[in-house]
Ligand binder design. Structure first.
Ligand code: GTR
Length: 326
């Protein structure tokens, strides 16, 4: 966080500044792995606009998109240490750090994106946001990440048997490694930015992601088969560094929380639009889409993954409450 109060006061006093917009006293640097224009990037920019307006120009947000500040796992560490102020990330990379995030990252835990919204918009969502704080992070809001499906460069996956022996990239979380192994594939945890070249050079056969990521990363150019098995609906989260947060007044903290909350409906609209655009673009490029797939064997294969990762009464209770949410 760059606080330049004295400098701002000096500039304001100088004739050169007359007539210009008030400069930011606090600039929050926010990280995102996605490119400019992607719904998560645009949502954080929108949040920044709300914040700037509501703080009368004092608080600004600068979004560093396209992994300019690093890959997700590294930027999470930097956010915990206060080097980065805000971060928009998937829940996945938090799994090995924050127990509660594991539950909402389990395969097939949500029945649909609407179910995920109902859970995350309610009490459970608030409990999970609060679980970030002991880990030096403040959970601000949830964003959408649609549902994730498999893509690869080798052959159409029509059944769980077709995954056998395939080398598939997963996000860096033990749950996803175990998920992929339980489905018969060989899991390769890799940073997002390495997936394109790894598929292109044959280091891996494929990966899994939602329509907008499949499209915007260009992975569809090197992986011509996409199977809509929708095994994961992982919420995304906007977090703030507790270090940066602790340096703010309670009033400014509330402004930030509220601006983050207010960006959510706008994000959801942008997401729906982009999902359609991405799907159109991928289909037009000639990617073979496999949609008539029986999900049951994939769901049944996840029993040992739940057994291994849902290890405490608290986590079991969370799973039951999510399943019981209408
Ligand atoms: C995207 C998600 C990113 C990142 C990426 C990945 O869908 O928005 O935050 O987690 O997937 O697979 O690494």
């Amino acid at each position: 966080m760059k606080i330049t109060k004295t400098l701002t006061a000096a500039l304001l006093a100088s004739a050169a500044f007359v007539g210009q917009a008030m400069a930011c006293e606090i600039t929050l640097r926010s990280s995102d792995t996605h490119p400019d224009g992607y719904p998560t990037v645009e949502a954080v920019k929108y949040m920044g606009e709300l914040l700037q307006e509501r703080s009368e120009g004092r608080i600004c947000v600068t979004v560093f998109h396209s992994a300019q500040l690093g890959e997700e796992a590294d930027t999470i560490e930097q956010t915990r240490f206060g080097v980065i102020d805000m971060n928009r990330v998937s829940m996945g990379p938090f799994n090995n750090l924050i127990e509660e995030t594991k539950v909402v990252s389990l395969p097939f835990i949500f029945r649909s994106v609407d179910h995920m919204h109902r859970v995350m918009d309610g009490e459970i969502g608030q409990e999970i946001l609060a679980a970030f704080e002991p880990h030096d992070l403040i959970g601000l809001a949830y964003f959408d990440g649609g549902s994730r499906s498999f893509y690869n460069s080798q052959r159409p996956i029509r059944s769980i048997e077709d995954l056998a022996g395939m080398r598939m990239r997963v996000m860096q979380s033990d749950i996803f490694v175990d998920m992929m192994s339980a489905m018969g594939a060989s899991a390769t945890p890799l940073p997002y930015g390495e997936v394109y070249s790894s598929i292109q050079t044959g280091v891996i056969d494929g990966a899994e992601n939602n329509w907008p990521s499949f499209e915007s990363s260009g992975h569809y150019e090197v992986a011509g088969y996409y199977t809509l098995n929708e095994h994961l609906i992982v919420p995304e989260v906007l977090v703030m560094s507790k270090q940066s947060w602790d340096g703010l007044t309670p009033e400014d903290q509330e402004l930030i929380r509220q601006a983050a909350r207010d960006s959510v409906p706008v994000m959801r609209e942008m997401w729906a639009e982009r999902e359609q655009q991405s799907e159109d673009q991928v289909r037009a490029a000639g990617v073979e889409i496999i949609s008539d797939i029986d999900k049951t064997p994939f769901i049944e294969a996840m029993v040992p993954v739940y057994e291994k990762h849902v290890t405490s009464d608290a986590l079991r209770d969370l799973v039951l409450r999510i399943q019981a949410t209408e």
